[in-house]
Design a protein around this ligand. Structure first.
Ligand code: GTP
Length: 394
């Protein structure tokens, strides 16, 4: 993943979109809280209008302006808290509230023209809030903050009646607020994305077997076997599992050494991954030389077909020994079990299918190895899977 050097956001759109989607619940909560917080202060500053103007039509106009800001920001905050806004809508809400607040701020500044020094300080604080506290895209924050700065300076020159020294100081203050805000926002963007990246890497490492890159048993138990996982992965038809075990693997270790055994394991895992569907099927290293393929939406014939292709391809594959003198070749045995999820399989269907496939794999071992044994397990409600018809393909 690479970063945009100017904004600190991910350079690739897909990565940025995944990051923003991951952060969305936090973004919505933060947006709601920040808008409420800022609105309370914005409205409370009506006391300064009263102190400057006293009670009268001008004061009431400014109160109305502050009321518009409170209503807009309050509505946006309510939407962020209450409705499942998508990422784009949170940005529209943030930008909308900011535009209304800035426009009303300019109106108030013009109505109190003798206090542009104070207004400049208020604007500097608002700029920091826009850059750092209200969650929004970097480009949106930059355009709004720099646009507001330019508009404010134009108003100050037109209505402020300030000395040139005051104007220069004001320009410097607002330039500093923009520069500091943009740099801090860029740094914050980068740090949060680096954290996200590290988290993804940790998740990936925690779910994988180091030697083969397949999913590990932890991922199988904590994620794949989790009740509801099959439904969320869209496996609403047939579900098939293939349990594979390399034959006489101990002999390879004993004869050619563990490095050669490891190479055979990696080769088998590569074959399994290449022959299964990326993003649909899951390949798990189930034990030392045992692998499990979980195939959603695949019936028994599909599972047998895959196991047969794996069996023949693996039997034809060889691994060169470290000293380059011998080709090591072996076979594997397979147990294939299938269930019809539409027939009301229970939450433990995957665990039950693995147990059946494990037994079938041992049947294949006992029948002479290098073969596929398969069964369709039809769920029978609370009674668990019922076994029907054994298929031995050799
Ligand atoms: N090189 C290597 N060997 C491993 C690894 N994990 C387990 N093994 C070895 O795999 C071997 C498995 O042996 P067995 O369970 O007897 O099975 P087998 O020799 O394949 O015999 P059958 O399964 O009956 O055909 C053991 O010697 C383990 O030490 C690993 O990560 N690398």
């Amino acid at each position: 993943m690479t970063f945009n050097p100017l904004t600190g956001e991910f350079a690739q759109r897909a990565h940025e979109a995944a990051f923003l989607a991951h952060k969305l619940p936090q973004t919505r909560a933060l947006l709601g809280f920040t808008l409420v917080f800022c609105t309370v202060f914005y409205a409370a500053f009506a006391v300064s209008d009263f102190a400057a103007l006293g009670y009268g039509p001008h004061f009431l106009q400014l109160c109305a302006a502050r009321g518009i800001v409170a209503a807009t920001a309050g509505t946006c905050a309510w939407c962020a808290y209450r409705t499942p806004l998508p990422v784009a809508a949170t940005r529209i809400a943030a930008s909308g509230a900011e535009i209304v607040a800035l426009a009303c701020f300019m109106f108030i500044a013009v109505r109190r023209p003798g206090e542009f020094h104070w207004h400049a300080m208020s604007l500097a604080i608002m700029l920091i809030v826009i850059y750092l506290y209200i969650p929004n895209g970097f480009a949106n924050a930059l355009v709004l903050a720099s646009g507001a700065t330019a508009a404010f300076l134009a108003l100050a020159l037109r209505f402020g009646g300030m000395t040139s020294a005051d104007v220069v100081t004001m320009v410097m203050l607002l330039l500093l607020a923009n520069a500091f805000g943009a740099l801090a926002a860029r740094r914050f963007n980068r740090v949060t994305r680096e954290e996200y990246e590290a988290r993804l890497q940790l998740q990936h490492t925690a779910a994988r077997d180091h030697l083969t890159g397949c999913f590990n048993r932890r991922y199988l138990h904590e994620t794949l076997m989790h009740p509801g996982q099959l439904r969320t992965s869209g496996a609403d038809g047939m579900l098939t599992v293939v349990l594979c075990d390399i034959d006489h693997f101990k002999r390879i270790n004993d004869t050619f050494g563990h490095a050669c055994g490891d190479a055979v394991l990696r080769g088998f895992a590569d074959l399994l991954r290449r022959m299964t569907r990326d993003g649909v099927d899951s390949v798990v290293r189930y034990g030392g030389e045992e692998f499990l393929a979980i195939l959603p939406g695949t019936d028994l014939d599909g599972g047998i077909h895959l196991a047969e292709r794996l069996r023949t391809r693996f039997a034809d594959t060889s691994v060169m020994t470290d000293d380059g003198t011998e080709h090591v070749c072996t076979t594997a045995s397979f147990g294939v079990a299938c269930a019809d999820l539409a027939a009301g399989a229970g939450d433990h269907v995957l665990r039950d299918l693995i147990a059946i496939a494990d037994k079938l794999m041992y049947d294949a071992k006992h029948a002479g190895r290098d073969q596929v044994c398969a069964r369709c397990a039809c769920s029978n409600g609370a009674a668990g899977p019922r076994l029907a018809g054994l298929v031995n393909t050799r």
